[in-house]
Design a protein around this ligand. Sequence first.
Ligand SMILES: [Mg+2]
Length: 121
Amino acid sequence: MKVLLVDDAAFVRMSLKEILDKTEYEFTYVEAATGADAVHLYKAHHPDVVIMDITMPEMNGVEAVEKIKEIDEHAKIIMCSSMGYQEKVVDAISAGAVDFIVKPYTADKIVHAIEKALKLT
Ligand SMILES: [Mg+2]
């Protein structure tokens, strides 16, 4: 399945890929470093699931969720945040994100969130 990884830090996207590559599922990736890129790439690739950072330059994660949901009301977006961003996570959920993961990411947390979002289990 196709995953859109959105984070302004390249090493975070890389570690997400490493984690996902070790799971039982087969993923292909599209990567974005800003909320604006995420919106463009969503339109172009229609990924099955989006893993979205909250704080990014050029459109934050919450705004990007709003825009993506305008493009596709069924978009499955999982928010990622550090501790201390609970308020923004609430905003993201009300904008239409399906779930959130708090850093540090673990394979269990991510896979569980994806399975839940796509109703794989
Ligand atoms: Mg960030």
